[in-house]
Ligand binder design. Structure first.
Ligand SMILES: [Zn+2]
Length: 475
């Protein structure tokens, strides 16, 4: 079988022998990429295979996600669930033998949904329930709710062009995520301003409330929450999301010429800030302990599901990445640190506090890596850094190729690490098959049954491999 011989090369490494295939083999065998640390990519390939096999065999990330979503559950900042999540992940790090496990205190906003959350379509004597939920940060409606005619718009421009037509109405923002946009995060970006700023625009136009089509690509009737904001000098009107099926129902009634009336009742409330914490643990670097590779996700979640994909997945993957290195005895040259960031969803206080902390004074952050696109099958990494760093990391692609995760492209990394990236730290984001992410995102659908153990572990394995490569090689 001469063809097979040409494309496969047997390599012996640390007393183990394995077969390299295709282009990767050619590069390794030629010694084309010898790392400054003295290790070749072939050595990293051997370590990577052990990391991934251990991840898939032991399913440690999934076990932690089960614990986190069961014991802490929903984890909005300042809630009992968020406090439980701090304690649970601290325990997980200690149980896995991490060094320097500690909490880093941070004040976070506290908003509560409250007991009343009701939308009702009023048609003559008929009262038809609508699937709604308050947007995060919304004020409550007055007692008895807001009852008004509905005005549908698809954009802020359209709302402005209607002049006084919105006065006294519930403004219904019904622009869907564009299904033709291949990148789901880009499609999300094209619709999410209705959720974030809809209340401000409704308030400016004289509306009484904002009702926003859920930002999702699924076609169910589950409402999706998420953060919204107000603006100084603009009246604060309540804001809620509505399920996609109900949004289309309202739209169809309006198109038929019916004057659609809705009652919206919300009891949500903002309280003073409360103390919370990021959770930090690490493997100390054997040669350069003050040079740090951070890997993390955000510990807080919205309060509808249990934040299994967003971002329980990223948190447990980060812990598992370090645990895999520990279990295999792979002691990194630089420090590898897992950080559970608090309050990404409605404030980013944890990410900001981590980057600003004086505890960082004697450290140099070599890289910051975040997983916050759901616990789906990974496809590679985005790199948010200059082109020299990107080119350097792209030369490592053969190490990731066996896991079909060797797409290494320029792009945004993650919200929690953005303050570090702003200070010049190269940022990395785990890229995944995210086509279903927004089906679950910020909704009651985001529960652990939607996370596939194997896909979750592949992400943990890849993070472990990337952390190890950067910790050995630098950037
Ligand atoms: Zn998230």
């Amino acid at each position: 079988m001469p063809r097979r011989k040409e494309s496969q090369i047997e390599v012996s490494m640390h007393g183990r022998s394995f077969v390299l295939v295709g282009i990767a083999a050619a590069i390794f065998a030629a010694g084309a990429i010898a790392a400054p640390g003295g290790d070749s990519l072939a050595a990293f390939d051997a370590a990577a295979r052990r990391i991934m096999a251990l991840a898939l065999r032991t399913q440690g990330a999934y076990g932690m996600l089960d614990t986190l979503t069961r014991k802490a559950g929903k984890r909005l900042s300042g809630s009992p669930g968020a406090a439980a999540a701090v304690e649970e992940t601290r325990r997980m790090m200690e149980a896995r033998g991490f060094a320097n496990v500690h909490r880093e205190e941070v004040m976070v906003p506290r908003w509560e949904r409250g007991p009343v959350e009701r939308g009702t379509l009023l048609r003559g004597d008929r009262k038809i329930p609508l699937a709604v939920c308050a947007l995060g940060g919304s004020v409550a409606t007055p007692a008895g709710g807001v009852t008004a005619e509905v005005l549908e718009v698809r954009s802020f421009e359209e709302l402005r062009s209607l002049g006084a037509a919105a006065r006294g109405k519930i403004v219904f923002f019904n622009r869907a995520m564009d299904p033709a946009t291949f990148d789901t995060f880009e499609a999300y970006g094209g619709a999410v301003n209705q959720r974030g700023a809809g209340a401000v625009e409704a308030g400016k136009a004289g509306g009484l409330a904002a009702l926003v089509r859920s930002v999702t690509l699924s076609h169910d009737n589950v409402p999706h929450t998420g953060v919204m904001h107000y603006a100084d000098g603009v009246v604060r009107v309540p804001a809620a999301a509505i399920g996609v099926q109900d949004a289309e129902r309202l739209s169809a009634l309006l198109k038929s010429g019916e004057r659609v009336r809705v009652r919206l009742e919300l009891s949500c409330r903002t309280y003073p800030d409360v103390p919370s914490a990021n959770v930090v643990g690490e493997i100390r670097g054997s040669e350069l302990p003050d040079e740090v590779v951070v890997v993390g996700g955000h510990l807080d979640s919205w309060d509808k599901g249990t934040g299994a994909h967003d971002d329980g997945a990223g948190c447990v993957q980060a812990i598992e990445a370090l645990s895999l290195l520990n279990q295999l005895g792979l002691r990194p040259r630089r420090t590898v640190r897992a950080v559970m960031f608090m309050n990404e969803e409605n404030g980013l206080r944890g990410g900001l506090a981590y980057a600003a902390s004086t505890q960082r004074a004697n450290e140099r952050h070599v890289a910051a890596i975040e997983s916050d696109r759901g616990g789906f099958a990974p496809s590679g990494f985005t790199v948010q850094a200059d082109s020299a760093v990107l080119r350097r990391v792209q030369r490592w692609a053969p190490v990731f190729a066996p896991y079909r995760a060797d797409r290494i492209t320029s792009g945004g990394s993650g919200a929690d690490i953005s303050p570090l990236v702003k200070n010049g730290t190269p940022g990395f984001g785990l890229m995944v098959a995210d086509h279903r992410y927004f089906d679950y995102h910020h909704s009651g659908n985001d529960t652990i049954d939607k996370v596939h153990p194997r896909e979750l572990e592949m992400g943990a394995g890849l993070l472990g491999i990337l952390c190890y490569l950067i910790a050995q090689e630098g950037l």
